[in-house]
Design a protein around this ligand. Structure first.
Ligand SMILES: C[S@@+](CC[C@H](N)C(=O)[O-])C[C@H]1O[C@@H](n2cnc3c(N)ncnc32)[C@H](O)[C@@H]1O
Length: 353
């Protein structure tokens, strides 16, 4: 079957041909071999998302996203109400914190609660698996895509094959097969799979664009010249920071080689002059007092508390006096994203370092 990259490339060639007829000149010859990453039709209103290459894959991912929204909202609410009833029947309050061995016998035969749990877990497993299967089945093409971007600009890519990976990073985090470090296509898998987590509302990196807008700038009024994004993953926030501070030198670092490799591939596609490196947030290798801003988005929940302390110390080391550390986490269940983000900042480091 013809894949969508070729198909949309062919559509672009047809459009070129038709417009050349209108203009009365000969169409430029453009064979599929000439098509680049840039020829692929984009999704999302700002055109940031590279569409999935196969329509059946995109359809099933869209189905899984819709189903996840249903599970997360309707089913979870119903399951929570049901759990409150079960707890009340046993003389417990809905806020009581029960050990697993007490909770499980209470819910394991309840179809509503277990359906909600199974729906959520299976949905996540299927999301990753479908995307992983596709990129593995087309490994040569996508490996070639990354290889051709590796030494292209704007921006740069640094990989460190000798980096010693901390044990806590060698997990299938969020059930992603191979995690961030164990699958050469982890960047592709994560980039597309995570769209499901966002419920279909982040195709244009809207979440990261909003966070980038909220990042505080140094109060001394000096121009922001250097920015570091810790745990940058596929570079969504890193690019958003470059958009906000186009003159700044922007770096994204991540422990996962496949993550920064994909981020850089995407940076080449988006024409962003952003630098990506496979480095640890605990040991960034940058000089003291180097950055005006150090940021991160949803990295801290994935590292051990010992590593958190080291990362905060490292962020302080590489920030210039008066620079800002802006680590952003998840919204707390009971507070808004904004409140949580700000309280997280206050909790970890204060708004100014
Ligand atoms: C949830 S993702 C971050 C998402 C990303 N910031 C965004 O804007 O979409 C967490 C990332 O942190 C990275 N990470 C975890 N521990 C790390 C460490 N010690 N040093 C660098 N990166 C780390 C993981 O590899 C993963 O890519």
């Amino acid at each position: 079957m013809i894949d969508r990259r070729t198909l949309f490339g062919a559509t672009a060639a047809t459009a070129t041909f038709l417009s050349s007829l209108v203009k009365g000149r000969k169409a430029e010859a453009k064979t599929p071999a000439n098509y680049t990453f840039k020829d692929v039709e984009k999704r999302g209103t700002r055109g940031r998302l590279e569409r999935l290459p196969a329509l059946d894959l995109e359809s099933s991912q869209d189905f899984l996203t819709g189903f996840r929204n249903f599970v997360n909202r309707d089913m979870r609410q119903a399951a929570q109400k049901r759990l409150a009833v079960l707890m009340e029947e046993r003389g417990l309050s809905a806020d009581d914190d029960l050990p697993l061995e007490e909770l499980l016998p209470m819910i394991e035969n309840d179809h509503l609660i277990m359906g909600s749990v199974r729906g959520w877990v299976s949905n996540q497993q299927l999301t990753w698996k479908q995307v992983q299967d596709y990129f593995h089945a087309n490994a040569d093409e996508y490996m070639a895509e990354m290889e051709s971007a590796d030494h292209s600009g704007p921006g740069s890519l640094e990989l460190d094959p000798d980096l010693v990976l901390p044990d806590y990073t060698k997990h299938e985090i969020h059930i992603q097969p191979g995690g961030y470090v164990g699958d050469p296509f982890a960047g592709y898998i994560n980039y597309y799979g995570v769209n499901n987590f966002y419920g279909g509302s982040n195709y244009d990196d809207e979440v990261q664009a909003a966070i980038a807008e909220r990042v505080q700038i140094p109060k001394d009024g000096k121009k922001v010249m250097r920015i570091l994004d810790l745990g940058c993953a596929t570079g969504r926030l890193t690019f958003a920071m470059k958009d906000r501070f186009p003159d700044a030198e922007v770096w994204g670092i991540d422990v996962g080689a496949p993550m920064v490799r994909f981020a850089h591939t995407r940076g080449v596609d988006l024409d962003k002059d952003v630098h990506f490196a496979q480095r640890l947030a605990e040991d960034t290798k940058f000089p003291d007092n180097h950055f005006d801003l150090v940021i991160s988005y949803i990295m801290f929940h994935e590292v051990t508390s010992e590593a958190q302390d080291k990362i905060i110390a490292e962020a302080k080391r590489v920030l210039r006096p008066g620079g800002v550390f802006f680590p952003h986490g998840f919204p707390h269940w009971k507070t808004s994203t904004e409140e949580h983000g700000l309280s997280y900042v206050r909790h970890l480091a204060g708004s100014q370092v």
